[in-house]
Design a protein around this ligand. Structure first.
Ligand SMILES: *Cc1c(COP(=O)(O)O)cnc(C)c1O
Length: 432
């Protein structure tokens, strides 16, 4: 299948080109040329299928023309070796827990899939020594580093701002060793991102090295996120509760929710979606006014959603032919400031015993505020609350047990390379 650019000024590319390049040369985002409708029989049986059995036909609809069946199946099954259970919270509200993977956040799904797909392309071409650069403010670095850990032919460089990520987050990409190198930049997240951008624009670096990016806009990270929408539906279908499903998605760059919209296009019977934001309410404002006015992000306790110019907004526009009316038929919006996020976490824990993380709290509250009696709401619990230990413990006033997986990371020894924020230092290092 071909992939086109949302900006419409670049030639269509193959899957491999889209994955290796990440961004189209006209700065647009790649979209699959066709979104295939899955068969009625698939949906009839879906309640009896496993996560992997559901994900494979979804993956096949996008990637089946470009990868041999057995290989693709292997990639899907290997990526999804953990569960994403739907858990009842209260009344007609369910949590889709996406935090049972290696780094306890939903980004594991996309990062693990992309690592395996890129690994396959590299082997097929007989390439070695491909360098993946990624800048992180915390969560992306851990998912990408763990996704690519041990993948042959690839070395990953995670650039992160010194002193600005939590100790738990830092331990998830600085203690791995093998093909993962953590670069601690004396600067901000923006400096890290600027360094990565400069590296991709540097002619000499690109002529001497095989550089690629594992950014969240990459189709190989973005599309696999559709898998768990189908699986969530299947879990409720099994209980006879899958009529009128509403997905509420805590959103930052809007990749996760866009994958859900694509699942709907493939025939998944979803009534509607809610985009739940923190104080960065650019999309909410767009839905109210029809004006899209990106602005610098503001810092919140749901920090993985601190995005002032959501990169996947153009994909949503593209899916709906740029029509605000069409978009509003499928998506509504909500936003919550830190104060109300804290209230939600506290109140929900007291009333139901379910501990939300600050991101999931936005999704949950949006269902509380919107859901009609005949609808069933599923919010995406995008990370484990222990990833935001200090914040969440401060809200509920109890000690949260840290999952073993997280504790293991924290036992490891930190290895990182210190660097200034000037590009020459990074360039010299990469070339050495
Ligand atoms: C990345 C992230 C989000 C936002 O997801 P998008 O796809 O960028 O909208 C929400 N919650 C958590 C925990 C995240 O890490």
């Amino acid at each position: 299948m071909k992939y086109y650019s949302t900006n419409g000024e670049a030639p269509d590319v193959t899957l491999q080109e889209a994955v290796v390049k990440g961004l189209a040369p006209d700065k647009g985002l790649f979209m699959p040329e066709t979104i295939k409708l899955l068969s009625a029989s698939f949906f009839e049986n879906i309640g009896s299928l496993s996560f992997q059995e559901i994900a494979y036909p979804v993956a096949d609809a996008f990637f089946g023309d470009d990868i041999e069946k057995d290989t693709l199946k292997g990639i899907v099954y290997d990526t999804l070796d953990f569960d994403t259970p739907v858990v009842h919270v209260t009344d007609n509200i369910y949590s889709l827990e996406l935090f049972h993977g290696p780094t306890l956040a939903f980004k594991d799904v996309g990062a693990r899939f992309m690592a395996r797909l890129l690994g396959y392309f590299i082997r097929r071409q007989g390439q070695k020594d491909v360098k993946v650069l990624v800048a992180t403010s915390g969560d992306t670095g851990s998912a990408v580093a763990n996704g690519f850990l041990g993948v042959e032919g690839i070395r990953v460089y995670v650039l992160y701002p010194k002193g600005k990520v939590s100790r738990i987050q830092e331990s998830q990409f600085t203690t791995l060793g093998q093909n993962i190198t953590a670069i601690e930049v004396d600067g901000t997240f923006d400096d890290c991102q600027a360094l990565v951008k400069a590296a991709f624009l540097d002619k000499e670096l690109n002529s001497r090295l095989n550089l690629t990016s594992a950014n969240s806009i990459n189709v190989a990270r973005f599309l696999p996120q559709a898998f768990y929408y189908f699986y969530a539906y299947a879990q409720l279908a099994k209980q006879g509760k899958a009529d009128n499903i509403v997905f509420s998605v805590p959103s930052g760059n809007f990749g996760n929710i866009t994958a859900g919209l694509i699942a709907k296009r493939m025939g998944l019977p979803v009534r509607r979606f809610i985009a739940a934001n923190n104080s960065n309410d650019i999309f909410y404002e767009y839905l109210q006014t029809g004006e899209y006015s990106p602005r610098p992000s503001v810092q919140t306790i749901a920090n993985a959603m601190d995005v002032g110019d959501p990169s996947n907004f153009v994909r949503i526009l593209d899916l709906y032919g740029k029509s605000l009316n069409e978009i509003k038929k499928d998506i509504s919006g909500e936003w919550y400031n830190d104060e109300s996020i804290k209230n939600t976490v506290k109140k929900t824990y007291a009333e139901t015993g379910y501990l939300l993380d600050p991101h999931g709290a936005c999704g949950y509250q949006a269902l509380k505020d919107n859901l009609k009696p005949n609808e069933t709401g599923i919010f995406l619990e995008t990370a484990h609350p222990a990833k935001f230990l200090e914040a969440v413990e401060g809200i509920v006033n109890v000690k949260i047990p840290v999952p073993e997986k997280l504790q293991e990371f924290m036992k490891g020894e930190k290895q990182s390379i210190s660097m200034g924020k000037d590009f020459d230092g990074l360039k010299e290092y990469l070339l050495s």
